[in-house]
Design a protein around this ligand. Sequence first.
Ligand code: NAD
Length: 343
Amino acid sequence: MIKVAINGYGTIGKRVADAVAAQYDMKIIGVSKTRPNAEAFIAKQRGYPLYIADISKKPAFEKVGLTVAGSVEDMCNAADIIVDATPGDVGATNKPLYEKLGKKALWQGGEEHEIAGFSFNSSCNYNGAIGRQFVRVVSCNTTGLCRIIHEIDKEYGVAHVLAIMVRRGSDPGEIKKGPIDAVVLDPVTVPSHHGPDLQTVLPHISITTMAMIVPTTMMHMHAIRITTKKDVNRDRVSELIRQHPRMGLVKKSAGIKSTAELKEFAMDLGRQRADLYENCIFEDSIYANKNELCFFQAIHQEADVVVENVDAIRAMTGLCKDAATSIKMTNDALGFVPIQNNH
Ligand code: NAD
């Protein structure tokens, strides 16, 4: 049993904790919080030992009935590997601690590639993470791009990708973020950081990305155009998506045309937290003509990286040396059934 600590029990951290706890080859030995909020009570309810970043705040936790197991350093000492899910740029400040303790650690997409020197996606470069001390799991958007672009590249060869990302303004619980009534170009300049970020995993892919933020909390929506080296076939693309363990097809039969209906579907299916771990590609949007392929895909920002974290743990600790086996183990333990199997 690999002992996993979650440093930063927020949107991503709490999901990774539950996904790790569901696996039979790893367990949660602690999670960390900075302040006693609702998520701290969820950690207690789940039975995860609670550690705190600033030990002088221990009385504030204990006053509201939350037992503190120790400091973040105590937690890291007790772990084989640390999943750092603290906010972007905070994770980098924790690296000296992991180095001092000689522990393995993985960060999220809010950190720079250089923090770990290796950016990870299970379907693309699992083997490169085997045995590594440090790994960065790329962001939600980059994860979604990596999965589909890599698959199309293997089948047809990718000449160029243009990806336009319509991004959610905030996660549902973030009451202080916006916009409330605007489409914000983020950034105004082209390309956005997503293209270069994808190249940290797939360096040979030529890609241009543009991004904007809109007032929604549900999911991101990508409009993607891929120019291929060989002529592309629509049915074969659908088949590739259907066969991929982390991609799903939203079929015409469901009548779903929006992220809102997709999230409603996930809720009705009884997915934990209505999480969609897979790229949700709208089958009807798939357009193939000679060497041009276009489609829409929805990406659940809070969920797609969660399963990638679990696979990264297996690769880094040497628990499993094969990507397909790890991906299957992770999916099966979560009882994950791709979206097209439900309609
Ligand atoms: P979040 O703010 O929801 O959670 C971060 C947690 O870390 C909070 O509970 C906070 O209290 C805690 N924290 C803050 N400073 C800490 C410290 N010094 N030590 C320990 N804990 C600390 O953030 P998030 O959305 O979960 O993002 C975490 C990382 O995941 C970021 O790198 C982000 O870019 C990345 N990411 C986020 C999303 C998303 O949509 N939310 C998607 C993919 C990747």
